[in-house]
Design a binder for this molecule. Structure first.
Ligand SMILES: Nc1ncnc2c1ncn2[C@@H]1O[C@H](COP(=O)(O)OP(=O)(O)O)[C@@H](O)[C@H]1O
Ligand SMILES: N[C@@H](CCOP(=O)(O)O)C(=O)O
Length: 324
């Protein structure tokens, strides 16, 4: 369980006084998640989730909350902040920034169906279309600057062959991001961490339907294709081997294309982007694994999963990859 900040009753009541969402009836830490402290908060007026930001400071929070607010206004079912009585999207509790969002119904599904992958593709494309007029900009905090900054600290922990792989891929990706082809890709504010555990799926018997999208706290400006690659590497794979599950991947891409067409330029960089997305999570998982932060109870993710995916994406032939 990842509750880094314990919020007491008095602090909670002080916080709720700033909102028009009633009085607390149930307040409970949420076990999943690794970045922030999250709590279910039921009041006499509805069901909410309180998020206490552990890494983001007051100056950093607006990008994420303005983004979800923007997407919510455009009709997307995302975890958007409920404004306080004074209209602000964030507040403060225990000396840390926080926000309250409506609790989205649905559950985590380990292996979503191809149908849900198709629905997700369409929603992802809707999000990418919706940010056309989103004015704020945020660099990817888990991009190449982060990789380069943590590499020296990781070196003593990694066998030589893995460190070499890391160096080689980071250097390849740094060259890629400086290339005109990469810079010309359609881009904007993207989720950048839309794993299965960041969606809620409504399950009714054997029927599954994509509900809402949560956890935008790695959102950043990046190529839209990067967002699609992050999703594919988590949703559309064999979880044991990391190999691409073709029917699910094709459903994802078809769903995306049904709303917003991918281009020939996207296709050219597809394999590189799948590698890039695998590298991003390999590095962050290595970092969290070898340099963990104190938390009440924290489950670090397995870095070797993304090492395996990176190796597979590097050696894939372009013709092995799903596309339109
Ligand atoms: N708006 C929401 N509606 C319903 N559940 C939510 C909402 N926001 C967060 N959760 C629950 O909290 C868990 C952790 O949230 P998440 O944002 O993934 O945390 P972290 O940023 O720490 O990784 C989610 O897996 C989900 O169960
Ligand atoms: N999705 C990332 C870790 C980020 O954690 P999240 O719970 O905030 O999505 C991973 O799986 O490595």
């Amino acid at each position: 369980m990842a509750v880094f900040t314990e919020v007491g009753r008095e602090e909670l009541n002080r916080l709720l006084n700033q909102y028009d969402i009633g009085e607390a009836q149930r307040f409970e830490g949420i076990s999943s998640g690794i970045e922030n402290s999250n709590f279910y908060l039921d009041t006499d007026k509805g069901k909410y989730v309180l998020t206490v930001f552990e890494r983001l400071n007051k100056e950093q929070v607006p990008y994420y909350l303005e983004l979800t607010h923007h997407l919510g206004k455009k009709g997307l079912n995302v975890s958007a902040p409920i404004p306080a009585k004074d209209g602000s999207l964030s507040s403060e509790v225990c000396g840390k920034p926080c926000c309250i969002a409506a609790c989205i119904p649905g559950q985590y599904v380990e292996l979503p169906s191809a149908k849900v992958c198709g629905e997700l593709g369409a929603v992802l494309a809707q999000m990418h279309s919706a940010v056309e007029d989103f004015p704020l900009v945020q660099e990817n905090t888990k991009g190449s600057k982060f990789w380069l900054s943590v590499m020296p600290g990781l070196k003593p922990y990694l066998p030589e062959r893995l460190y070499e792989l890391l160096e080689e891929e980071v250097s390849y990706q740094v060259d890629l991001e400086n290339s005109p082809a990469y810079k010309a890709l359609p881009n904007g504010a993207v989720h950048a961490d839309l794993f299965r555990n960041n969606s809620l799926i409504e399950v009714n018997g054997k029927e599954e339907k994509l509900g809402g999208i949560i956890d935008f706290y790695f959102a950043c400006n990046a190529p839209f294709l990067y967002d699609l690659a992050v999703v594919l590497n988590d949703w559309c794979i064999n979880l044991e081997t990391g190999e691409i599950d073709m029917p699910k991947a094709q459903a994802l891409i078809d769903g995306y294309n049904s709303v917003r067409a991918l281009t020939e330029a996207d296709r050219e960089l597809w394999q590189d982007m799948l590698r890039r997305a695998a590298l991003r999570f390999w590095v962050s998982r290595l970092y969290d694994y070898y340099m963990p932060r104190p938390a009440s109870l924290l489950k670090p993710h397995d870095p070797s999963h993304f090492e395996k995916i990176l190796l597979l994406r590097r050696k894939a032939k372009a013709s092995d990859l799903p596309w339109i």
